[in-house]
Design a protein around this ligand. Structure first.
Ligand code: TRP
Length: 330
């Protein structure tokens, strides 16, 4: 079997083209050289989500998104985190090798504490222990399958470092039991500009959603912010975020033509936005069709995830068994 590339996906809805270019596509490309493992991190979501219907719905949405965008469940192992009972057990074992100070310094927890302190609140007000333990659960996700590499966004870099620390602490005590993983940090997400030119991000409200109804998608593209230059005015293509977005979707020949229109005059923003919308709809036409079919067939998604969980558990069991044995739990 090829070495494992594993990544966890928080169940959030409505992926946008920044997610796709920065995360989905590079993670799926790894499958050529690695055995891909992808899972929906619903236990992690429970640190913040409180509405059961929303959580269930988002799990289907994110699963349908990955399947529609090219995850082949025959090749990759695709599953739901909470279908793996070995995970909570392993999380506990690993927590006994995790120094509490390490978790105190984890960004998400530390930021929450700092905010409380800034507001003169008790440092731990409103913070659940699940949030504090989040990095240990993530280490269990990674180490339980002997993952070699973990493709993640820049925001997850610290979690990978904590995972490595935990694996090394365990191995110092018991020998070479756990595989110490490498992070593959994808910072290209930063380079996909949103409608306003800042990084495309749901929290900025500047995204182009992939699976939104056609009308809404077109409307978002028309909202791309441009300057007030007239079509005949020459403009600098590189500093224009409409041009930067076109770069991801136009053919090299067409892009060169557009570049000439910018520098020599003749680029009308309105027309180029329409062209970009058409290119995006064309690029994702098949994925959008697949997504609609999948989201209408939850039984199929359940079946894919169930089969994936069986395959994942087959990899997990011997590793957990070994960890139990060396520690004396077994
Ligand atoms: N914490 C990751 C995120 O917010 C999701 C995640 C959970 C994950 N477990 C993982 C990523 C294991 C990689 C490996 O995006």
């Amino acid at each position: 079997m090829k070495p494992i590339a594993l990544t966890g996906i928080k169940p959030t809805g409505n992926p946008h083209i920044g997610n796709y270019l920065g995360m989905y596509r590079p993670a799926l490309e790894l499958m050529d050289n690695y055995q891909g493992m992808y899972f929906v991190a619903d236990y992690h979501a429970l640190t913040t989500m409180r509405d059961p219907q929303t959580l269930r719905g988002l799990v289907y949405e994110v699963a349908a998104s990955w399947l529609a965008l090219g995850l082949d469940p025959e090749k990759a192992i695709f599953f739901r985190q909470s279908d793996i009972p070995e995970i909570p057990e392993f999380t506990w074992i690993l927590s006994c090798f995790t120094s509490k100070g390490l978790l105190n310094r984890a960004h998400a927890y530390k930021d929450a504490v700092d905010e409380n302190l800034a507001n003169n609140h008790d440092p731990d007000e409103g913070i659940n222990a699940g949030l504090f333990y989040y990095p240990v659960l993530m280490a269990a996700d990674i180490l339980l399958y002997g993952s070699a590499v973990v493709p993640v966004g820049l925001d997850q870099k610290q979690h990978i470092e904590i995972t490595r620390d935990i694996a090394e602490a365990f191995n110092r005590t018991y020998g070479d039991v756990l595989t110490v993983p490498e992070g593959i940090i994808q910072d290209s997400v930063k380079k996909v500009p949103g409608l306003d030119g800042r990084k495309m991000s749901k929290s900025y409200g500047n995204v182009i959603p992939i699976f939104a109804p056609e009308k809404q998608l077109r409307k978002q593209v028309m909202r791309i912010v441009t300057d007030s230059k007239r079509p005949e005015d020459p403009k600098d293509p590189e500093s224009d975020n409409l041009f930067n977005l076109l770069q991801f979707f136009a053919s090299p020949e067409r892009l060169e033509e557009i570049r000439q229109l910018y520098t020599n005059g003749g680029a009308a923003y309105g027309d180029l936005k329409k062209e970009l919308a058409a290119l995006i709809l064309e690029e994702f036409a098949e994925a959008r069709r697949k997504f609609d079919a999948l989201i209408a067939d939850k039984a199929y998604i359940d079946q894919v995830l169930d089969e994936g969980a069986e395959k994942a558990r087959a990899i997990a069991r011997p590793i957990l068994a070994k960890a139990r044995k060396v520690t004396g739990i077994d």
